[in-house]
Design a protein around this ligand. Structure first.
Ligand SMILES: Cc1ncc(COP(=O)(O)O)c(C=O)c1O
Length: 410
């Protein structure tokens, strides 16, 4: 993974993604729904096939060859991820079902350490999976959920966030990049301020791991959550990074096989990290292939990836802004990879449907951020979200298609 990075060449990258070659209604697919899920490179597809064709076995408990091979592949993936996000130890990498599951794990387990009256802060731009688990936890534990507000551009209002912090704040859980607005939050500064009052910090990295360098030591966050399927890996698997000292204090999330040290009917003792949080047979192929996806991404200079995606976003946004009646939703100074917009008098779903007929996949609706839609007083947006395999030519075609769709629907 270390050492010489491949020169960033979007044509060569595209060749690695078979799904990008397919036709939709006879048109070349333009895939701009990367915020929902990314396409998978050949290397990951081959690894899935290889695992189920040759190496399929359960992990950790078997003495036989295939079980040991699967275990090694699984634990190697843990190390690949540890190095990629610069965690101190592989014990700090817990495999989950995805970002949602990672956040629920913290809400349940860390939540057990909280008392009535303790406070949790989230922001107004969170995905439902970083809202609802905290609402449920606060209801269970008698805690108070506070919402850090944003301005019309879609930026966190730092002064208001700071005003919410106090000695009762026990956790700040915030998205790194908004899936709806593309806003990049100042997570290092947020972490410093939260730590200053003794609060822990969870970063929802669902929309950042695939777009920028993640260094959990540098951020100094206590938890970092992400999903495999948004970073070119399989669905149904994800990661929770947690600082060892905090994970040690947290009780298990679920009970079952693998998470125990000793079980008797009188008393059960729990396994050490990370297994304490990994009850039952995990998504073994998924974890191994997430490792492959991270290896795939690490071949490239992530700063070149980020620049390419930022250029795409600005290009699309600048062109869309010239259309009469088009409103860009989310104009933060620091944003990336996502352009959300509405068109006066036209429902987002209608534009999305017409774009689909032209082979263009975008997402329409509330993007699992209903409170954000309420804030902007809109039913939803049309969202184009880019990955490093997208091109300016695709955006040109998309812009033409948007114009055509608007003219048809007017
Ligand atoms: C910012 C953000 N957080 C959390 C999630 C939930 O991810 P998953 O459904 O993979 O658990 C998403 C998915 O779109 C997201 O964009």
């Amino acid at each position: 993974m270390e050492g010489q990075k491949k020169h960033f060449n979007v044509r060569e990258i595209r060749e690695q993604f078979p799904a990008l070659r397919r036709l939709i209604y006879g048109k070349n697919l333009i895939y701009f729904d990367n915020g929902a899920t990314s396409q998978k490179p050949q290397m990951v597809l081959d690894a899935i096939n290889m695992y189920y064709s040759k190496d399929n076995a359960n992990i950790h408990r078997g003495v036989h060859y295939m079980s040991q091979k699967a275990t090694t592949g699984f634990e190697d993936a843990r190390q690949i991820i540890q190095k990629y996000i610069n965690a101190n130890k592989s014990e700090e990498i817990i495999f989950t079902k995805g970002t949602t599951d990672s956040i629920n794990l913290v809400a349940f387990s860390f939540g057990q350490l909280l008392n009535a009256g303790d406070e949790v802060i989230i922001s107004a731009m969170e995905h439902h999976s970083n809202i609802v688990p905290w609402q449920m936890m606060c209801e269970r534990r008698g805690c108070i959920l506070k919402i850090a507000p944003i301005n019309k551009k879609g930026e966190l209002i730092m002064a208001d966030f700071e005003a919410l912090l106090n000695s009762k704040t026990k956790l700040v859980s915030i998205t790194h990049i908004s899936n709806t607005l593309g806003t990049i939050n100042p997570i290092k500064e947020i972490t410093q301020k939260a730590h200053a009052v003794g609060a822990k910090v969870l970063i929802d990295g669902a929309q950042s791991i695939q777009h920028m360098k993640i260094d959990v030591k540098d951020i100094d966050c206590d938890f970092f959550a992400f999903s495999s399927h948004k970073v070119f890996g399989p669905t149904g698997v994800g990661v929770l990074y947690g600082k060892e000292a905090i994970l040690e204090k947290m009780p298990p999330y679920q009970g079952g096989g693998d998470m125990i040290a000793k079980v008797t009917f009188e008393k059960t003792t729990y396994n050490e990290l990370p297994f304490k949080f990994e009850a039952g047979t995990p998504h073994i192929a998924g974890v191994i292939c997430l490792g492959k996806a991270i290896e795939f991404l690490s071949q490239f200079d992530i700063e070149a990836v980020q620049k390419h995606e930022h250029d795409l976003m600005e290009y699309a946004q600048d062109m869309l802004s010239t259309f009469e009646g088009v409103n860009i939703i989310g104009e933060a100074k620091k944003k990336t990879s996502v352009v959300s917009f509405t068109v006066d008098g036209i429902h987002p779903f209608d534009i999305g449907t017409l774009l689909d007929k032209q082979g263009i996949a975008v997402r329409t609706g509330h993007h699992c951020t209903q409170p954000l839609m309420d804030f902007y007083k809109i039913p939803g947006t049309i969202r184009a979200s880019f990955a490093f395999y997208n091109t300016k030519e695709e955006i040109d075609t998309f812009i033409e298609a948007v114009e055509k769709s608007i003219n048809m629907l007017k």
